[in-house]
Design a protein around this ligand. Structure first.
Ligand SMILES: *Cc1c(COP(=O)(O)O)cnc(C)c1O
Length: 608
C-alpha cells in the first residue's frame, strides 16, 4: 500500500523505513520535521512549504521550453510569469521571486492589490502582465508601473478598457505599458475549470472587436504599443487536444493581425492551465500529457503556423500557476480521534446472566479464527440486528445494547485482522461496512476548499507506519461542525488507514499538492484560520526550519471581522468583574485564562 505515491508525487516524496521522506538532498522524513515544529509548542494543522519544489517546477518549465526551441529551431523567445492569484502568501511569493531571478521569471496580476504586489516584489526587468477587469484607476496603476521602470503589458479584456488606456495615456508621463489583447477563442479547455475559454467565456475580444481595436489603436497612433495576444482556456487542462486546437486558432489570429498592420505585435501569451496529477489511483489518472509534450506542441505549432503564413515567430509567454505552486506545500494534520475507539474489551459490562444472543456474540468474539472469520462475522451482524430489534421492543436494556455494539465492533476488527492478507472482495466489502471515522485537527473549508467547492480530491496518506498494511476503511472528518466537513470513504477510490490508539501514539496525515489556490480560497468557517506554516530548506546534511508563522489568534480574527476588540475585551472583563459569586482570586485567574484564549489560535489542543 503506497497511497499512489508513484502516481501523484512526481518523485518528490518516497517511502523509506516506514516513513514518507522528501526526495531531495538529505531526505528528511516529514514526520521528523513535523515533530520538531511541534516541539516548539505549535499544535494543530501545519502547512509545510518546500522552496526546492518551487525551484524544481520553474526549472522544468524553462528547461522543457528551451529544449523544444532548440529541437524545432525556434527563433522567438520563451518567457513565463507567475499568476499571483494562485497563491499570494509572502513565504511562497518571496521565495518564488528569488528563485525566478536567473530566468527573468515575472509576475501576473489580476487585481489592483496583486498589481501592487507585483510592482513591489518583481525582479527588475522581469515581465509583468495584467489581466482581469480594469477600471481607470487600475489602468493608471499600470502606467505607474511603467513609469517606475517595470516591463509591463496590460491585457485588454474589452474595448472600453482600450478606450480608457488611450485616454489615460494623454495625461501620464511619457511611459506607456505594452498593450495585450485578450482574444476570444472558439476552443475551450475541458473539465470543471474550462469556463475561461470558448466563445461564451467571460473574457476576451471577438474577431469583430479585434478589428475595431486595431482601428482604435491606429487612429490613436499607438499601434506599435500593441505587442501581445493573450488567451487562457482554463485551469487543469487534462487533455492536450483542446490546447492544440486553441493554439492553431490563436496562431492564425496572430498571423492575420500582423497582415493587417499590427507591426509591433510580437508575442503570444498562452495563459496557464498546465495540469497537475492529483490522483492516488491508477484507474483515476486525469492528465494525458507531459510537460515535454506540452512544450513541444506549443513550439512546433507556432513554428509551423508562422512559417506557413510567412510571419516572424512570436515570443512565447506562459502563465502557468497551478503547475508551479501546487507541489510546494503539504498540509500536515494530526488525528484526534477514531470514532469507534470507545469499543474496547474493557468497556464490556457483561452480566452474570446475559440475553442468549449477547452470550452468543461473546462466544463468537472469543473463538473467532481465520478459517471461520467470515462466517462468524456474518452471524454477528445477524445477531446484532436481532438484538437491536429486541431493544426497540423493550426486551433488552441499555447495558445489553452497549455490550452488543462493543462485541460486534470487536468481532469486525478481529475478523479484519485475521483476513488482512487476503485480497478478497469479501474483505473489501467488510471494510466497507465498518468504515472508521478519523477526526482530524484541521478545517476542510480552510485548507481544502476545492474539495468542498468542486469535489477536487487531494492525495492523502499517513506519514508513518508504512510497513504495516492499513486495515480501516477511512472517512475523514474535520473539526468544523458542518456535515460538509467530511471526506467520505469512496469505494471506487478507497482510503485505508491504520488502527490507532491516539492516547498512546501520534498519527499524522499529510495532504499533498495543496500549494495552488487552496490557501487564499480557504474560508474562515467556524472562525478557523489559515493553519500555522513553516518553510523547510533542505540541504546536503540536514534541513532548516524557517519563517514559522503561527495560525492567527482569535482576537486577530475578530478584528478581521471588524469587531471592536477593545469593546470585546472590556465586556468580557466587566462580566467577570461583576460576578456576584466569584472570589477576587477566582476573578483574577479567569481573566488570565480569557486573555490566553483570545491571544491563541482556535485549533484544538489535545496532546495531538
Ligand atoms: C488563473 C489564470 C492563470 C493560471 O492558471 P493555472 O491553471 O493555475 O495555470 C493564468 N492566466 C490567467 C489569465 C488566469 O486567469
Amino acid at each position: 500500500m503506497n497511497y499512489g505515491i508513484d502516481i501523484w508525487s512526481n518523485d518528490n516524496f518516497f517511502i523509506d523505513n516506514k516513513k514518507v521522506k522528501i526526495n531531495y538532498k538529505s531526505s528528511p522524513s516529514l514526520v521528523k520535521i513535523t515533530k520538531e515544529i511541534r516541539d516548539r509548542g505549535i499544535r494543530g494543522p501545519i502547512l509545510l512549504r518546500f522552496p526546492h519544489l518551487i525551484e524544481k517546477q520553474i526549472n522544468l518549465i524553462y528547461k522543457n521550453f528551451e529544449s523544444a526551441r532548440k529541437e524545432f529551431d525556434y527563433h522567438g523567445s520563451f518567457n513565463a510569469v507567475y499568476p499571483l492569484k494562485v497563491n499570494q502568501y509572502p513565504n511562497f511569493v518571496k521565495n518564488l521571486v528569488k528563485i525566478g531571478k536567473k530566468f527573468n521569471y515575472g509576475l501576473e496580476a489580476g487585481s489592483k492589490a496583486e498589481l501592487l504586489l507585483a510592482m513591489t516584489y518583481n525582479n527588475e526587468n522581469s515581465p509583468i502582465t495584467v489581466n482581469g477587469f480594469k477600471d481607470e484607476e487600475m489602468i493608471s496603476l499600470g502606467f505607474i508601473a511603467c513609469e517606475m521602470g517595470h516591463n509591463i503589458t496590460v491585457t485588454i479584456e474589452g474595448l472600453s478598457e482600450l478606450k480608457n488606456i488611450i485616454k489615460i495615456n494623454k495625461d501620464r508621463f511619457n511611459c506607456m505599458p505594452s498593450i495585450g489583447l485578450r482574444i476570444r477563442l472558439h476552443s475551450s479547455g475541458i473539465g470543471i475549470w474550462a469556463k475561461s475559454g470558448g466563445i461564451n467565456s467571460k473574457f476576451g475580444l471577438t474577431s469583430t472587436e479585434l478589428i475595431e481595436a486595431m482601428e482604435m489603436l491606429k487612429n490613436a497612433g499607438l499601434i506599435d504599443k500593441f505587442k501581445m495576444i493573450h488567451f487562457h482556456i482554463g485551469s487543469q487542462i487534462s487533455e492536450i487536444g483542446p490546447l492544440k486546437k486553441a493554439l492553431r486558432e490563436a496562431g492564425n489570429i496572430y498571423a492575420q493581425l500582423k497582415k493587417i498592420g499590427a507591426d509591433g505585435l510580437n508575442s503570444i501569451n498562452l495563459g496557464g492551465g498546465l495540469a497537475i496529477e492529483y490522483s492516488q489511483h491508477t484507474d483515476d489518472i486525469k492528465r494525458n500529457y507531459t510537460l515535454r509534450e506540452y512544450a513541444n506542441d506549443v513550439v512546433y505549432l507556432l513554428k509551423d503556423i508562422s512559417t506557413n503564413k510567412g510571419v516572424k515567430e512570436p515570443d512565447i509567454y506562459i502563465e502557468s500557476g497551478r503547475y508551479i505552486a501546487a507541489s510546494h506545500a503539504v498540509l500536515i494534520a494530526p488525528v484526534l480521534e477514531l470514532f469507534s475507539q470507545e469499543y474496547t474489551q474493557e468497556k464490556l459490562k457483561l452480566k452474570e446472566e446475559n440475553p442468549p444472543l449477547v452470550q452468543e456474540l461473546y462466544e463468537l468474539y472469543r473463538t473467532i479464527n481465520r478459517e471461520y472469520a467470515q462466517e462468524y462475522l456474518h452471524d454477528s451482524i445477524d445477531h446484532m440486528n436481532s438484538l437491536l430489534t429486541l431493544f426497540d421492543l423493550g426486551y433488552i436494556d441499555l447495558i445489553d445494547r452497549s455490550n452488543t455494539e462493543i462485541l460486534v465492533n470487536l468481532i469486525i476488527k478481529k475478523a479484519i485482522m485475521l483476513l488482512r492478507d487476503l485480497d478478497s472482495k469479501e474483505l473489501l466489502r467488510i471494510q466497507d461496512m465498518i468504515q472508521e471515522r478519523y477526526l482530524i485537527n484541521f478545517s476542510i473549508f480552510q485548507s481544502l476548499p476545492d474539495f468542498w467547492g468542486i469535489a477536487q480530491s487531494f492525495p492523502v496518506m499517513p506519514l508513518d507506519r508504512l510497513d504495516e498494511k492499513p486495515t480501516r476503511s477511512a472517512s475523514i472528518w474535520d473539526i468544523t461542525c458542518d456535515s460538509d466537513g467530511e471526506i467520505s470513504y469512496n469505494r471506487e477510490q478507497p482510503l485505508f488507514l491504520h488502527e490507532v490508539d491516539v492516547v498512546k501514539e501520534e498519527y499524522f496525515l499529510g495532504f499533498f499538492l495543496v500549494g495552488a489556490y487552496q490557501e487564499v480560497l480557504g474560508m474562515k468557517h467556524n472562525l478557523f484560520t489559515h493553519p500555522s506554516e513553516a518553510t523547510v530548506a533542505i540541504s546536503d546534511d540536514g534541513y532548516e526550519i524557517k519563517d514559522i508563522v503561527e495560525a492567527q489568534s482569535i482576537i486577530d480574527i475578530m478584528e478581521d471581522l471588524d469587531y471592536d476588540v477593545k469593546e470585546m475585551r472590556e465586556t468580557l472583563n466587566a462580566k467577570i468583574q461583576n460576578s456576584s459569586f466569584l472570589s477576587e482570586e477566582a476573578k483574577k485567574q479567569i481573566l488570565g485564562e480569557i486573555y490566553l484564549f483570545l491571544n491563541d489560535n482556535g485549533y484544538l489542543k489535545t496532546i495531538n
